[in-house]
Design a protein around this ligand. Sequence first.
Ligand SMILES: Cc1cc2nc3c(=O)[nH]c(=O)nc-3n(C[C@H](O)[C@H](O)[C@H](O)COP(=O)(O)OP(=O)(O)OC[C@H]3O[C@@H](n4cnc5c(N)ncnc54)[C@H](O)[C@@H]3O)c2cc1C
Ligand SMILES: NC(=O)c1ccc[n+]([C@@H]2O[C@H](COP(=O)([O-])OP(=O)(O)OC[C@H]3O[C@@H](n4cnc5c(N)ncnc54)[C@H](O)[C@@H]3O)[C@@H](O)[C@H]2O)c1
Length: 474
Amino acid sequence: MSIETPPQKSSRVVILGGGPGGYEAALVAHRLGADVTVVERNGLGGAAVLTDVVPSKTLIATAEWMTNAEQGAELGVRRGESRPADVASEHFVDLSVVNARVRSLATAQSADIRSRLEREGVRVVIGEGRLDGPSTVVVDGEDGTERLDAHVVLLALGTTPRVLPTAVPDGERILTWTQLYNLEEIPDHLIVVGSGVTGAEFAGAYHALGADVTLVSSRDRVLPGEDADAAELIEGVFRSRGMRVESRMRAEAAERTADGVAVTLSDGRVIEGSHVLFAVGSIPSTDGIGLAEAGVELTESGHVRVDRVSRTTARGVYAAGDCTGVLPLASVAAMQGRVAMSHALGDAVSPIKTRNVAANIFTAPEIATVGYSEKQLQEDGAKYVTATLPLARNPRAKMQEMHDGFVKLFAHPDAGIVLGGVIVAPRASELIFPITLAVSHRLTVDDVADSFTIYPSLSGSIAEVARMLHPRHP
Ligand SMILES: Cc1cc2nc3c(=O)[nH]c(=O)nc-3n(C[C@H](O)[C@H](O)[C@H](O)COP(=O)(O)OP(=O)(O)OC[C@H]3O[C@@H](n4cnc5c(N)ncnc54)[C@H](O)[C@@H]3O)c2cc1C
Ligand SMILES: NC(=O)c1ccc[n+]([C@@H]2O[C@H](COP(=O)([O-])OP(=O)(O)OC[C@H]3O[C@@H](n4cnc5c(N)ncnc54)[C@H](O)[C@@H]3O)[C@@H](O)[C@H]2O)c1
C-alpha cells in the first residue's frame, strides 16, 4: 500500500482528548517539530488513567494477593504455631484503603503525564472542545472560550459507559465502573451485568476481595469474544469459586430497594443484591461536537471512520483510540495516535496491523492472546495446526499449585510459522511476549522450540507446545 505523506513540519496540531490516543500523539508531533496543543475536559491520561485501565488493574493487584493467599494452605502455609487455619480467612480487605490507593495512583499518573507534556513544550488546555469546521477547535474552558486554528486536528475522544434508561446509575448502589472507586466497603452481594472483558474482570476481582457475586451474562458463555477454551475455563473457575453465573440472561432494569438493589432479568425473575455494576459496553464521545458538520464521517455505532493511517474523511482531521472502534485497547490507541502524527507531519509510517496486537484479560488466571485467534483462522478458511498443553503438566506450575490454565499455539502446517497463541495462566500478560515476538517477526515453531527456557519455568510450556507442532515433511 502506498501512502502519501505531506511534508508539514512546524504545523499547528490540536489534539482533542488527553488519553493514550492523544498524549502519545502529542509527544510524537512535538518531536516532529509541530506546535502542539492538547485539549482535555477531565484529566490528562484520559479514561485509561482515571477510570479504566489504571484503577481497575490497581484494584486487581489486591484481588490477586487475596487469590494467592487462598492458595497458601495448599502450599503448607499456616498462621501461628501448628494451627491449621485457612490462611485466606485470616485476611480481609479494607476497601476504603484499597480505593484511596487506587485514586491516588491514578491522580498521580495523570499529573505525571501533564507535567511530562508541559515539560516537553506541549500546551495543555483544560476544557470541553468541539470542531468549528475541519481546522478550528473551539474550547470552553476555565478561562472562557478559546478558538484554536490548526493545520492538523487529532480526535482522541474515547468513550463513556453505556447506560440503560431502565437502570440509571445513582453512583451509590447502581453503578458504572467509573463510580466503583468511591466505595468504602466491600459490597455484600454485587450483581455484575455484562460478561465482556470489563464485567468478567470486575466480577472476578470483587469475588476475590470478598463479595458475593452474581454475573449476568447475556451469552452462552462469559467472554464471548475470546478463545472458547479460555472462556470456558474462566467460567468454570468462577463457578468453582462460588460465583453465580446467570447465562443467556439479560438485565432489563434495576432499581433501589430499602437496603440494596433489585435487578429484573429477561426471564421475569428479580434478583436482589446490595449493589449492581453495569458493564454493558461503551458509547463513543463523538456526539454534538461538530464532527459531521466538519465532514468527519461516523459509522452507524457513532465511531469515527478512519483508514489504516488514522485519516478521517475530513482533510487534515485524524482520529485515534476508542472513538474509532478499531480495537479498544490503550496500546492500540497510542499506536494509532503515533501513526496519525507521523503521517500528518511527513514522517515514515507503516499502517496499523491489528493482527500483531497482544491483549490480556486480568482475571485469575489471566488470559493473554496474540495474533490470529482460532475463530479468525476458521472464518478465513486458513490452513493451520494447533497444540495445547495444560498448565497442570508444567513442573513449575505443579510446585506452585497452579491448576487452571494452558498454553496454546497456532502455526502454519508446512512452513511452521507461528500464527497466534493463547496463554491462560497467572501473569499470562508477562508470559505472552515470546509468542508476540514470534508472531511479529514471523518466527517458526522450530525457532521457538530451539530456544532455551529456564528449568523449571512456565515459559518451558511455550517451547514444549512449539515442539509438538514441529512440521513433519514426508
Ligand atoms: C474497565 C476497563 C478496563 C480496561 N483495561 C484495559 C487494560 O488493562 N489494557 C488496555 O490496553 N486497555 C484497557 N481498557 C481499554 C482502554 O481504557 C481504552 O482502550 C483507552 O482508554 C483508549 O484510549 P483513548 O485515548 O482512545 O480514550 P480515553 O482514555 O477514553 O481518553 C479520551 C479522553 O478524551 C477526553 N474528551 C472526550 N471528548 C472531549 C471533548 N469534547 N473535549 C475535551 N476532551 C474530551 C475525555 O475526557 C478523555 O479523557 C480498559 C477499558 C475499561 C472500560
Ligand atoms: N484488560 C483489558 O485490556 C480490557 C479490560 C476491559 C475492557 N477492555 C476493552 O474494552 C472493550 C469493551 O469491553 P466491555 O466488556 O466493556 O464491553 P463489551 O461490549 O465487550 O461487553 C458488554 C457485554 O454486555 C452484554 N450486555 C449488554 N446489555 C446487557 C444486558 N442488558 N444484560 C446483560 N448483558 C448485557 C453484551 O452482550 C456484551 O457481551 C473490550 O473489547 C476490550 O478491548 C480491555
